[in-house]
Write a protein that binds this ligand. Structure first.
Ligand SMILES: [Zn+2]
Length: 66
């Protein structure tokens, strides 16, 4: 499980329930991060599993972050 990124507006995302542990793979970066973002995702499509890194990288999830 990777260490979580820092969210400027979510100092405690796990505590508030915005992020939860999962064994699913992120639908954006295709990596098994160990975490998924559960809060509303502003995208045209609905996604089941998006990792916090894709969210933290900005409004447009990228596929190139490490
Ligand atoms: Zn991701």
């Amino acid at each position: 499980m990777s260490e979580l990124p820092v969210f400027r507006y979510h100092p405690d995302p796990v505590g508030t329930g915005s992020i939860e542990a999962t064994e699913d793979t992120c639908e954006f970066c295709d990596l098994p991060r160990g975490w998924r973002y559960t809060a509303n995702i502003y995208a045209e499509e609905e996604f089941e599993t998006v990792c916090p890194w894709c969210i933290a990288d900005g409004p447009s999830p990228c596929t190139t972050h490490p």
